[in-house]
Design a protein. Sequence first.
Length: 149
Amino acid sequence: MLEEKVTPHQGAVAEFPHQSDGAVLRRRDVADIARFAVDHDLVVVTDEIYSELTYEGDRVSVAAMPGMRERTIFLNGFSKTWAMTGFRIGFSCASPVLTEAMMKIHQYTMMCAPILSQKAAMEALRNGQADMVFMRNEYLRRRNFICGS
């Protein structure tokens, strides 16, 4: 069954409440997921961007289940609940170890361009005008060749 599918490098993501019908996992289903994660030493990523848009019944986060605090990456944001889609702001909650690993990726992919790219761009602006003109003319030559001009 599911145990056969677990490998050291495997994971899954689910979103509940579900967009946008408000379907939620029952407490016992969330508890089963939590037990499975604990039994197999898995990390669970839970996207709870719609968590406040639960229309009926109770909603429970897998992060609140026994043994899940240190093994859950909880993702949420402001775009759905507070209709702030254009603001592009969200947050995560995770153990310090998981947060540190996430920050290593985030700081170089989300916050700004890598230093190397910034320095290359500065050099292009300062000293690359002739190269840009040369390449623009080369692209024009290639275009004209293809178009038969």
